[in-house]
Design a protein. Structure first.
Lengths: 567, 367
């Protein structure tokens, strides 16, 4: 069955409370009760908070708190307080999505985050107090954290469209990295363990194609089967690309499945031809969700309010609205995120070219990291002209390339392996997974990303590069492993990515909005050169590939975050 | 003369040692001492060749831009470089000359004092007519252009965006697993300079496209990249070249040579300069040395190619890159000319792009 809905402007979802569990807590503040209360208001009715080391009074709160999904330890589910307590000594072997905090004794707190980065935690120290939470806004609500802009995080956002790594837009507020275990006691805060999925070294041993294909087919089937287990009818987002299509095909084998695809309406290009083909092939209950520009605009600030770190992907608002639609048909929403970074998707071949040619006549060690930054196709090349002179000068003192160099200088991996490790961490742990986690919160649905599961990330990291790229064919083994599930047209279609018509939007329905946000909001802050912002809005002298719409989306996203964070 | 740094306008008597009396910074040029450029005129040429500072360019790109600036500065009555073809100019001058001679004859009979100025005007026209053929070729030589660039660099530093070739690119230690990969697109050029221009502008990276010159450049990766390309039967090759004896046969060579793509299944598309394009660049032709082998030249191109050549560097880099973009996105409908494996886009006579404007008769479009 297939139906089409046109989303009109609905109720704002900016100020509703999270409809899933969030966690938070505090070590060492004197007024912990009022701090926890303020944190609770932000984290919502499902929040589980922990406080320790404040008084000698017995604390009735549980001394372990977690936000988790599909977690297992050696084949057994880890989902209750007791199960988590038993799993603490073996955290590096727990698979699934989790953010965890526990206090083994008064005044001592540990935090942990899953190996891939499905769940997120932020933390900050203030005097003798240490606070943490699933959300930055909950930390700000405590009143213990100063609202100061982190300039380097700003530059990273303009380069990547997200903020990879520990930094956040608030100076002093840090993100726990995937696989890290943090220990906080008084003012002593340290990372005491790290078991990130990306730290596993790759195996380069040649293997038999049939055996590898069989292994991957079996692993895909097992993982999707586990991720598709839910008491309610499942939903899935479906673009019609190979990744979301294979997840839908495997999930549909297990029972009734609702699928959702996006279009932005005529005259904009979409992928409905492909998603419709997959939905029909798999027999799903399919909904085409049409999202006009006015609806995007109406829910722009709503969406940004849920993102802790800014995310300049123009799909954020459609993602949120799709979760709202999916919440009408199920409690869990599958997606195909992860196929590209794990199995050799786009951006590998351009990086190979960059490694072959260097950066034109620039052959310094930072050339390849610079290509990686440039490959995001955002504002990296514009920074010198775009940001205030003092800010640009400070950025030059510690180039953004420095953060990338260690990943691309890892001699234990070939370039494709280096890129996989980097992309699983950056694009997975800092971009895609936090995005789907945050944007599903107001609607109470749980996102699941089977292709980012520990099993498949580990399997992919052991594959020699020729199983990812073969000739000019990307994701070679992944495609070979699902030939029995999908039509040839889907398996062999060229990668296109979801096209969001930002260029058209900022020439028409969103231009006035952009002018207000960029010229009246961003320009007076003194972070940017007004002349550049005006040129961008007018579309003048922006070079061979202006990408005006993408850059404007980035800037209006940033302004929305700065306003909402009170910066 | 106006200082481009502080905008102060000074007279020669106010300046000492070619320094601006206001900001005390040096001028690169002084037309009163015979320089063909002012600093502003040179800066304008840099602005045009770099498309407002957004595109990187080679010394040869700048050389042709400077030549166009000189032509534009001397452009006047019936200057072909200002947009007329040679035939148009010759015809217009001849008609005007005939009318003028007839009028001089009548005026001499009726009102003889007019005869002298009219005769002088007729002599001027005769002089211009003789100049038309020299207006075909570049206004300066490369040595002059380099001297101008050196003067500019001395006063203002190296121009932003100028590509400086390293002396000898070191061979890279390429990882062995590269043999497994390939690319779906390649641009093959007839000069290393074009490779430098495209790579410096990140064309390879943005378009997932290998770039090589038939001269074996870039030396460090040439063999590896060619081997990678030859492994891909879906490869589309874009031949980008000068209008020269060597250039116009490039696409055919790539298709039919066993050293290139013969029998690999690759499709070769010719996006280079041909004789059909040269009128748009009159004033920038270079006189051709006697060619060794003209046997493979199409008959309709023989006459021009035996006398002249037109390097691709005459086209501003932005226009060359846009032409490649367009060829890659419109490749579903190319014109087939020389066989099943080679296609020619050269017969496409539209300009490079609708936003390409030229105020100096520079002919920055071909196609």
């Amino acid at each position: 069955m297939m139906r089409r809905v046109v989303l009109t402007k609905g109720d704002s979802f900016a100020n509703v409370q999270p409809a899933r569990r969030r966690i938070g807590g505090i070590v060492g503040a004197a007024e912990h009760a009022s701090v926890l209360e303020r944190m609770h208001q932000v984290l919502g009715p499902h929040a589980q908070l922990i406080a320790t080391g404040l008084t000698r009074e017995p604390d009735l709160r549980p001394q372990i708190t977690f936000d988790s999904d599909v977690c297992t330890l050696e084949g057994r589910s880890v989902n209750t307080v007791d199960e988590w307590r038993r799993a603490l000594p073996l955290l590096s072997r727990v698979t699934g999505a989790f953010a965890l905090a526990w206090s083994p004794e008064p005044g001592l707190l540990y935090l942990a985050r899953d190996r891939v980065g499905h769940r997120t935690l932020y933390y900050a120290s203030s005097g003798s107090a240490f606070v943490f939470a699933s959300s930055i806004r909950a930390l700000l609500a405590t009143g213990l954290v100063a609202r100061t802009l982190d300039e380097r995080a700003l530059l990273k956002f303009l380069t990547y469209a997200y903020v990879p790594g520990k930094r956040t837009l608030i100076e002093g507020v840090s993100e726990l990295l995937p696989g890290e275990v943090l220990r906080a006691q008084g003012s002593n805060v340290a990372i005491v363990d790290s078991f990130a999925a990306t730290s596993a070294s790759a195996s380069q041993e040649p293997s038999d194609e049939l055996a590898l294909t069989t292994d991957l087919t079996r692993a895909l089937d097992t993982v999707v089967s586990a991720y598709a287990s839910s008491p309610m009818p499942l939903s899935a987002t479906l673009s019609g690309g190979i990744d979301s299509s294979l997840v839908v095909a495997l999930a549909a084998l297990r029972g009734s499945l609702h699928t959702h695809s996006i279009t932005f309406g005529a005259p904009h290009k979409d992928e409905l031809e492909w998603s419709g083909l997959v939905a029909a092939h798999c027999g799903t209950d399919h909904t085409i969700v049409e999202i006009p520009a006015q609806t995007i605009l109406a829910h722009f600030d709503d969406t940004m309010a849920w993102l802790d770190k800014p995310n300049g992907d123009p799909l954020t608002v459609p993602n949120a609205l799709l979760f709202r639609e999916a919440s009408k048909t199920g409690t869990h929403v599958l997606n195909g995120e992860g196929g590209d970074p794990c199995f050799g998707g786009p951006k590998n071949l351009p990086m190979l070219l960059a490694s072959l040619y260097g950066e034109g006549d620039d052959d310094e060690p930072n050339a390849l990291p610079r290509s990686y930054l440039r490959s995001h196709l955002k504002c990296f090349d514009d920074l010198g002209e775009m940001v205030d002179g003092d800010l640009a000068a400070r950025a030059r003192q510690k180039p953004l390339e420095d953060d990338i160099l260690p990943w691309l200088a890892d001699d234990s991996r070939d370039l494709v392996g280096q890129l996989m490790a980097l992309n699983v961490r950056f694009k997975g742990g800092h971009h895609i997974l936090p995005k789907v986690d945050a944007l599903s919160l107001p609607f109470g649905v749980t996102p699941r990303s089977p292709l980012f599961s520990d099993t498949l990330v580990d399997l992919a990291s052991k594959l020699a590069p020729e199983w990812k790229l073969r000739g000019s064919v990307e994701k070679y083994l992944l495609k070979r492993s699902v030939t029995h599930l999908l039509p040839d047209a889907i398996i062999n279609r060229p990668k296109s990515g979801m096209m969001v018509p930002v260029e058209a939007w900022f020439q028409g329905p969103m231009l006035a909005f952009a002018k207000e946000r960029v010229l009246d909001g961003l320009a007076p802050r003194g972070l940017f050169r007004r002349e550049f912002l005006e040129r961008l809005l007018l579309g003048r002298q922006l070079g061979l590939r202006p990408r005006r719409g993408v850059k404007l989306w980035l800037l209006v996203t940033l302004e929305s975050h700065l306003r909402q964070l009170g910066l | 003369m106006k200082c481009i740094r502080c905008n102060h306008d000074s007279k020669k008597s106010e300046r000492t040692a070619d320094v601006c009396p206001n900001c005390r910074k040096p001028f690169a040029f002084d037309p009163t001492t015979g320089d063909a450029f002012t600093d502003q005129k040179f800066a304008n040429a840099l602005e045009r060749v770099s498309s407002g500072g957004t595109v990187r360019f080679t010394v040869n790109n700048l050389y042709f831009e400077l030549s166009r600036s000189i032509r534009a500065g001397s452009a006047g009555l019936f200057t072909p470089g200002a947009g007329r073809t040679e035939q148009d100019a010759r015809t217009a001058i001849t008609i005007t000359l005939a009318l003028n001679v007839a009028f001089v004859f009548v005026a001499a009979l009726v009102f003889w004092p007019l005869a002298i100025p009219l005769s002088l005007f007729a002599a001027y026209l005769l002089h211009r007519r003789s100049q038309v053929s020299s207006d075909r070729t570049v206004a300066i030589n490369l040595g002059d252009a380099n001297a101008l660039l050196a003067k500019w660099t001395h006063a203002h530093g190296s121009p932003k965006g100028l590509i400086v070739r390293k002396d000898a690119p070191k061979p890279k230690a390429l990882p062995p697993d590269l043999r497994h990969y390939s690319f779906d697109r390649a641009v093959i050029t007839d000069t290393a300079e074009t490779v430098d221009m495209l790579v410096a502008n990140n064309f390879h990276f943005e378009n997932n496209c290998a770039i090589l010159a038939v001269t074996g450049y870039p030396e460090g990766v040439f063999k590896t990249v060619l081997a990678m390309l030859r492994n891909n039967p879906r490869l589309r090759v874009y031949a980008l070249h000068d209008a020269s004896v060597r250039g116009v046969t490039l696409a055919s060579e790539l298709s039919h040579s066993p050293h290139w793509f013969q029998g690999t299944g690759a499709t070769v598309i010719d996006v280079g300069l041909h004789v059909a394009h040269v009128d748009a660049f009159r004033g920038s032709w270079e006189v051709q040395s006697p060619a060794a082998d003209l046997s493979r030249i199409p008959p309709d191109s023989y006459e021009w190619l035996s006398q002249y050549s037109l390097p691709l560097a005459v086209v501003r880099p932005e226009q060359t890159i846009k032409r490649l973009f367009r060829a890659m996105t419109q490749e579903s409908d190319p014109v087939l000319v020389t066989g099943a494996e080679t296609m020619l886009l050269a017969s496409d006579t539209s300009s490079f792009s609708s936003d390409a404007t030229s105020s100096d008769g520079g002919g920055d479009s071909f196609g």
